[in-house]
Ligand binder design. Structure first.
Ligand code: NAP
Ligand code: MG
Length: 480
């Protein structure tokens, strides 16, 4: 287990915060203290940005792309060699079931493998221009990238944003979420062990309003990557705008699963349930609305409810369908949505159940299926970030599109229909960054560009597309 009280890593050295303050870490499964991290602030961020700049102008900037790629690939291998330890840390720290934690660590390794392989395949182009001229478009790293990530998938987020930034030749300063960063500390130790040079990855643990705000407002960064809530996304973008620093923002969603009357119902139900209970609903791309064609609504709900009642919730160790949510605050937030829905007369169609390992001191909520839900109501509009599924009937394609696109979000969507022509029509009309036809989520999809429309954010993470975000073109004109 990492020396968590020295959880700040700058220029290759582990240290406590300059101010000496700490934050306690709690296990969501039972609410008990499992350690403490340093509460870094602006003083630590300043040092981290300075170290990242020096590494960018020095060792990392001068390293051949193939060697950068090799280091990232080596880290991918190292992560897989340590999968059980990393998964145990992640499960304890976030409350997620062990099976999910193992999948997350595998995905984390995949990011380093994928972007390690990509490092020497990022290249520019030439453009035909006037006679006697040659034009080259170079693709260069942006410089120092700032990263602020949430608590829902700490290890995966580390892979998703850090591996991509480094492959493109940037150096990084990362502020993880205060609620869950133990796996990130261990991953950074592994990066050190495989030989990622000092200053290339810098980690400052602490609070969003302190360390996070200092990072996003820093005039020494060249790019900002943020995943979290739309409200904080706005603050990040405003702070970065003061220095004209570009941002990629990934801000969650209210993603619809749209079921037509010709769908393969058994398969749809299996995937729809998995897509709302994975990580106890704390997934930006959770399928939190199920839109069902009115002609099959009753019968579909009966089948969905039957399967929903078999969902089991328990501690991370019990490895059931769901673990606890991340914190007492998140627990109250989710219960608040359910309480208001009850007061507004929305029917609770079915609930999962708590296992005996879901002790009272842990942060547990019971998964809930509610409906029919008015598409304009809070439950159909706002991100709950918990295992709560809102069912909404619709009449035809136009109606389905109006409801699906009728929120402030636009992250991903699933469409269930056997009609090929309808699949294409729906895919084109949905205002979301990813559309799945008779599928959903695709197990992380490291290779697949991912990001939002509207308040789900802008810019793309994952796949080769993300490398474009972390690079910038330079036009070179030569007269010969
Ligand atoms: P959040 O407040 O947006 O936190 C995300 C990250 O931003 C954390 O590292 C946080 O640090 C940091 N942060 C907070 N305030 C900041 C500020 N003023 N300046 C710079 N950084 C700041 O999200 P949350 O509180 O964890 O969760 C609230 C809601 O956001 C959830 O219920 C959910 O609806 C949504 N959410 C979405 C995603 C997603 O994947 N899209 C992920 C998480 C949450 P600290 O947490 O350490 O303070
Ligand atoms: Mg927070």
């Amino acid at each position: 287990m990492p020396q968590a009280t020295k959880s700040i890593y700058i220029n290759g050295v582990w240290k406590a915060s300059e101010n000496g303050k700490q934050i306690d870490m709690l296990a969501p499964s039972n609410g008990k203290k499992i350690g403490a991290i340093s509460r870094g602030d602006k003083a630590d961020i300043d040092k981290a940005v300075f170290a990242a700049r020096s590494a960018f102008e020095g060792v990392w900037g001068q390293m051949a792309a193939v060697d950068r790629g090799r280091l990232l690939s080596r880290l991918g291998v190292k992560i897989l060699e340590n999968i059980e330890q990393l998964a145990s840390i992640e499960a304890l720290d976030t409350g997620k079931p062990m099976t999910l934690a193992r999948n997350d660590i595998t995905a984390t390794a995949r990011y380093f493998e994928y972007y390690g392989g990509a490092a020497d395949k990022i290249h520019g182009e030439t453009i035909p221009f006037l006679n006697g001229y040659q034009v080259m478009i170079l693709r260069e790293p942006r410089g120092v990238a700032g990263h602020i990530i949430p608590w829902n998938y700490p290890a995966q987020m580390y892979g998703r944003t850090i591996a991509c930034a480094l492959a493109a030749g940037n150096t990084t300063v990362l502020k993880p979420a205060e609620e869950a960063c133990m796996s990130i500390i261990r991953l950074t130790e592994l990066a050190h062990e495989v030989g990622v040079p000092p200053g290339v990855i810098n980690l400052v643990t602490g609070l969003g309003e302190e360390a996070g705000a200092a990072l996003s407002a820093h005039n020494g960064i060249d790019f900002m990557s943020f995943t979290g809530s739309p409200e904080v996304g706005t603050l990040i973008q405003k702070a970065a705008a003061e220095n004209h620093v570009p941002c990629v923002l990934e801000l969650g969603g209210k993603s619809p699963q749209i079921v037509f009357d010709d769908a393969n119902v058994d398969e749809a139900i299996r995937v729809i349930i998995a897509a709302i209970i994975q990580n106890t609903g704390q997934t930006c791309s959770a399928g939190s609305r199920v839109l069902v064609q009115r002609s099959i609504f009753e019968e579909f709900m009966d089948a969905l409810a039957k399967r929903f009642r078999s969902i089991k919730v328990g501690s991370h160790e019990s490895d059931l369908d769901c673990g606890p949510v991340i914190s007492q605050v998140q627990c109250e937030r989710v219960k608040g949505f359910l309480e208001r829905a009850r007061k507004n007369g929305i029917e609770l169609i079915a609930e999962g159940s708590l296992d005996e390992t879901a002790v009272a001191s842990g942060f547990y909520v019971t998964p809930a299926l509610l409906g029919p839900v008015d598409p304009a109501s809070e439950l159909a509009q706002d991100e709950v970030f918990g295992p709560v599924l809102a069912a909404i009937p619709f009449d035809d394609e136009d109606d389905a599109i109006a409801i699906a696109n009728g929120t402030q979000f636009g992250l991903i969507a699933g469409v269930w229909t056997e009609s090929g022509a309808r699949q294409i029509r729906m895919a084109k009309r949905l205002r979301v960054g990813q559309v799945y036809l008779n599928a959903y989520g695709a197990g992380g999809g490291i290779e697949l560009p991912f990001g939002g429309f509207k308040k789900s954010g802008h810019g793309r993470e994952k796949g080769f597309e993300a490398l474009k975000e972390y690079t910038v073109s330079k036009t070179v004109v030569i007269k010969h």
